[in-house]
Design a protein around this ligand. Structure first.
Ligand SMILES: [Zn+2]
Ligand SMILES: [Zn+2]
Length: 335
């Protein structure tokens, strides 16, 4: 169902919240799953988008550590309860009562959004707003997936989109050998992967040039799980980095035998974000983006769905055409 443009009054931040004037919001595959109704119990209507870069336009009561007009990033993890067993054991990514930006609270396909200040990050650095946006999810979830993949030097990445193009730069900078698996015959994606330092690129049904220590699957295709298990060595890990995947077909036990692992990555912790947001500029990570206006949100989603993007899509509200009155605040919401 396509998103619909709406105008609403500028929201005001409550205690602990900030109002963010959005400069850029990345378009993530998770947004497609939200829009397609593949994730349970979204807030409706919902404004999607969880790779938000903006400036603080108002600060609610009790917020410490932020200043007016400071540049901040708002990620997927929008709120956690702080009291459940997961929150209390350093696993807030698995919180029992979380809120997720652009899924269970309004996100960044808009000119303004309200965020819980405790889950926002200052974004210093030279990278411009639009190029920074994909770091907020593709970068962060990619980083968490990468850490869970372990220390091995031969790393496979299935699905060469926004997360993979960032993660490849990190892995190469850290001395890993990246093997990029794309849709069969997608020579543009394979060339893109090699241009970022991948030692091998090919179709997901091919075998890489060496056995892998670990593989990360970003494409939402369950059929890739047995293929990736086939490609990893004894003891190797297959990490599923997406929030939604088609069913995994049955496969012979010998693919899992010899202590191979299959695991998923869910969400992120704030510690992941602090770690990655300091590592990315140190490594000199660059993002490749295609910018769209807010009115272009449905087109951006469609381009992502159809594999027409190289790198990441980013919505830039200032690109929007001057159609609205200027009194309200347009956003894109799904009813
Ligand atoms: Zn919790
Ligand atoms: Zn995302």
């Amino acid at each position: 169902m396509p998103l619909v443009m709406r105008e609403r009054p500028v929201p005001q931040p409550g205690p602990g919240e900030i109002l963010v004037e959005i400069k850029a919001c990345g378009v993530c595959r998770t947004d497609l799953h939200v829009v397609d109704g593949e994730l349970p119990d979204p807030k409706l209507p919902i404004v999607p988008g969880h790779e938000i870069v903006g400036r603080i336009a108002a600060i609610g009561g009790g917020v410490a550590g932020f200043t007016f007009s400071q540049r901040v990033g708002v990620p997927w993890l929008g709120h956690t309860c702080n009291v459940c067993p997961y929150c209390r054991s350093g696993q807030e990514n698995l919180c029992d009562r979380p809120l997720f930006t652009g899924y269970t609270r309004d996100g960044g396909y808009a000119t303004h959004t309200i965020a819980d200040a405790n889950y926002c990050f200052p974004l210093p650095g030279d990278m411009d707003d639009a190029h920074s946006a994909p770091l907020l999810c593709a970068g962060l979830i990619g980083w968490r997936s990468y850490r869970l993949a372990g220390e091995g030097s031969a790393l496979g990445i299935y699905g060469f989109g926004a997360a993979a193009h960032i993660l490849t730069q990190v892995a190469v900078a850290q001395g890993r050998r990246v093997h990029a698996f794309t849709r069969r015959g997608d020579e543009a994606a394979q060339a893109f992967a090699k241009s970022l330092g991948a030692v091998w690129a090919g179709g997901s049904d091919e075998m890489s040039s060496e056995p892998l220590d670990a593989a990360i699957i970003f494409a939402p295709a369950g059929a890739l799980v047995p293929l990736a298990l086939k490609a990893v060595k004894k003891g190797g890990r297959v990490v599923c980095g997406g929030i939604h995947m088609s069913d995994i077909p049955s496969f012979p036990y010998h693919l899992l035998w010899e202590e191979r692992h299959v695991m998923s990555v869910a969400n992120l912790t704030r510690a992941d974000a602090h770690e990655f947001l300091s590592i990315a500029p140190a490594i000199g990570v660059k993002t490749e983006i295609t910018c769209y206006s807010l009115e272009g949100a449905n087109e951006a989603l469609s381009d992502l769905r159809n594999g027409r993007l190289q790198g990441a899509a980013v919505l830039v509200p200032q690109l929007r055409t001057l159609t609205e009155s200027g009194l309200g605040v347009p956003d894109h919401s799904l009813d």
